[in-house]
Design a protein around this ligand. Structure first.
Ligand code: ADP
Ligand code: ASP
Ligand code: MG
Length: 409
């Protein structure tokens, strides 16, 4: 007998029939002899609907109150799923994040899980209940409701698997597993049987929303084997696991894109020590993460500084940057939301050169201008105009040989 944590995303609980389907699947897992904990997201579109309501009231909402609103989506789906399991003859109990003591820090809208005290879950499992837990939410030390960032139910699933020492963690979604790139954008994308934690971490951090990055970090740290599967088929899915030698044979194993970044340009920044620290210090104080950064060569004591932040952080970031720009006597601040980051990822890149150059050639061959570049040992990212995203992904997929399965050996 094993303890299994299953997480079902928004599409998988998108309507009543789909909730009944999830109920059937969790009952089947229990009937196979397992203890079953099910984590669910809000019904598809619900979190966006709630965000829209918030934005109709305020363009700079209090993040504490926004989290109070956003956390309601998951409450509906856990209640409905528990009812569906009961209607099919099973035993089920639903819990909100705070009821199973998912304790987070107080960073509203992107809180981090610090501790889980899963006593009530263990108790309910002993009673042979299927335990249904709300994803995406927790509570800070002061008892405030927090949410874990978009896609955060994945992280709830993996964190619960760690806390409960589960034997398996299964992430059920609307595609058959992890693909070489988003199958909804690139018809030639291929499903991977396995992918290393490290590559998955890069893909997730670069925009492949099939798994939230924090969930992969947890899985990697605690060595939880993570299965990504479809809730609509019986495909075995993709196993996210430790790297082995054969994975290095593939140069580029995946391509990701991210349309959720915005570009900020600060013109005429005085080229003196401490200026970058001032700008980025102000942003990090407000928990605004900065991604790609480029500084042009100094010209008459001034440089241009360009970087990207998450689109949702742009209003806050712009205000801060404009304030600092005035303080340091820099020029105009410009922003652009029509950008997209396209990235290639592969552990095989460690031992090969020329991969970045090939990426630039492919993009230029399609007439796509590169605005910013970033590289690491196992990835290359380029910021381009958003309208070329799909074209870039497909061209890179073909050029790096991902349309065909790799040759064994
Ligand atoms: P859920 O609601 O189940 O959490 P998400 O929408 O968050 O589902 O994530 C699944 C989606 O991730 C897929 O529908 C697909 O469009 C997208 N995706 C992006 N990159 C990949 C990839 N490399 N492999 C699989 N899916 C991907
Ligand atoms: N409902 C949340 C979202 O839409 C969390 C999740 O789906 O994982 O981001
Ligand atoms: Mg998701």
């Amino acid at each position: 007998m094993a303890l299994i944590v299953q997480k079902y995303g928004g599409t998988s609980v998108g309507d009543v029939d789909r909730i009944k389907n999830v109920a059937r699947r969790s009952i089947a897992a229990q009937a196979a002899g397992h203890d079953v904990v099910v984590v669910v997201s809000a019904m598809s579109g619900e979190t966006n609907r709630l965000l829209k309501l918030v934005s109709q009231i305020s363009d700079r909402p209090s993040e504490r109150e926004q989290d109070v609103v956003l956390a309601t989506g998951e409450q509906v789906s856990i209640g409905l799923l528990a009812l569906a399991i009961q209607a099919q003859g099973g035993k089920a109990t639903s819990f909100l994040g705070h009821q199973v003591r998912i304790t987070t820090d107080s960073t509203f809208s992107k809180a981090r899980i610090k501790h889980i005290d899963a006593e009530r879950i263990v108790e309910a499992l002993k009673q042979k209940h299927i335990v249904v837990v709300a994803g995406f939410q927790g509570q800070d030390e002061q008892g405030n409701i927090t949410t874990l960032g978009r896609g955060g139910s994945d992280t709830t699933g993996v964190a619960l698997a760690v806390a409960l020492k589960a034997d398996a963690c299964e992430i059920y979604t609307d595609v058959n597993g992890v693909y070489t790139t988003d199958p909804n954008v690139c018809p030639a994308a291929r499903k991977l049987d396995r992918i290393s934690y490290e590559e998955m971490l890069e893909l997730a951090s670069l925009g492949a929303k099939v798994l939230q990055i924090r969930s992969v970090e947890f899985a990697m740290k605690y060595k939880v084997p993570l299965w990504v599967k479809s809730s609509f088929t019986d495909d075995p899915g993709t196993l996210v696991c430790e790297e082995d030698k054969s994975m290095e044979n593939v140069l580029v194993s995946g391509i990701a894109y991210d349309k959720n970044e915005a570009k900020i340009d600060i013109n005429g920044v005085p080229d003196t020590p401490g200026v970058a620290a001032k700008i980025f210090g102000a942003l990090s104080e407000r928990n605004i993460g900065v991604d790609l950064i480029v500084q042009t060569a100094s010209h008459q004591g001034r440089t241009d500084l360009t970087f990207t932040v998450g689109k949702t952080d742009l209003p806050h970031a712009r205000e801060l940057v404009e304030r600092v720009a005035k303080e340091i006597n820099a020029g105009a601040v410009e922003t652009d939301v029509e950008v997209s980051k396209v990235s290639i990822v592969g552990v095989g890149m460690r031992n090969h050169s020329g991969v970045a150059a090939k990426m630039f050639q492919v993009l230029s061959g399609e007439g796509i201008n590169i605005q910013l570049i970033a590289t690491s040992e196992i990835k290359v990212s380029c910021l381009i105009h958003a309208k070329y995203t799909e074209l870039a992904v497909r061209a890179l997929h073909t050029a790096f040989g991902l349309d065909q399965p790799p040759v064994e050996g």
